[in-house]
Design a protein around this ligand. Structure first.
Ligand code: URA
Length: 216
């Protein structure tokens, strides 16, 4: 893992040396916790706030180089309070492992922090209400890369209306972050033949990140 970017400045004798905390430093975990608490009490979407068991903020390395962005919590995530812990999540864990990554190496989050009832797609107003939280998370983590999993993540983040199939295979930019789009793990559970394409996307992403993959 990278060295901590927390730096100290030496002061003339007598002065108290204040640590200079670089953005994206160890403070990131504490800063994320502040946002996490705001999210936990959020009632912006009346329906979601009244039907959720709990909010699902995100998990992983607060200083991750790579953020994995999904759509919204499902039933398992709503129960456990952690993103991607159901069947799709188990597949995501395997995809990451194939890339020599553990869940703890990346940061995993969603467009929405609440489960839409019946797992319906997020409504535009809900995504807009939650956007401030997503942007705050990204501003704290300062990832170099975002991998959008599925059309809902890709279209909402990048504010486009393109199909996920057309968005694959090239990098987009969100602020200073390079964004790659691929299929959602839940789609792979229904369409296992698309795993090959996701593997190609992940190889492309790992090559760009300078992460060497073992020969298969
Ligand atoms: N699907 C998502 O998009 N996010 C989750 O957290 C779980 C399933």
């Amino acid at each position: 893992m990278e060295e901590s970017p927390v730096q100290s400045v030496s002061e003339p004798s007598g002065a108290v040396a204040e640590p200079v905390v670089a953005p994206g430093s160890n403070n990131a975990a504490a800063e994320l916790d502040v946002i996490r608490q705001r999210v936990a009490g959020c009632t912006r979407c009346a329906e979601l706030a009244s039907t959720r068991t709990q909010t699902v903020f995100g998990t992983g390395n607060p200083q991750a180089r790579l953020v994995m962005l999904g759509e919204a919590p499902g039933a398992d995530e709503d129960r456990q309070g952690e993103p991607f812990v159901g069947r799709a999540g188990q597949l995501l864990t395997k995809i990451l492992e194939a890339c020599t990554l553990q869940r703890e190496d990346v940061y995993i989050l969603n467009i929405l922090k609440c489960r839409p009832p019946g797992n319906r797609n997020p409504l535009p107003d809900e995504a807009a209400n939650c956007r401030e939280y997503l942007d705050a998370q990204l501003a704290i983590i300062q990832p170099e890369y975002i991998c959008c999993m599925g059309a809902v993540a890709a279209r909402n983040l990048l504010e486009v209306d393109t199909s996920i199939g057309k968005m694959r295979g090239k990098f987009y930019r969100y602020n200073d972050i390079k964004v790659l789009c691929t299929y959602h793990p839940a789609y792979l559970l229904r369409n296992p033949s698309a795993k090959r394409q996701v593997w190609e996307d992940m190889q492309f992403l790992m090559a760009e990140m300078g992460i060497e993959l073992p020969e298969k």
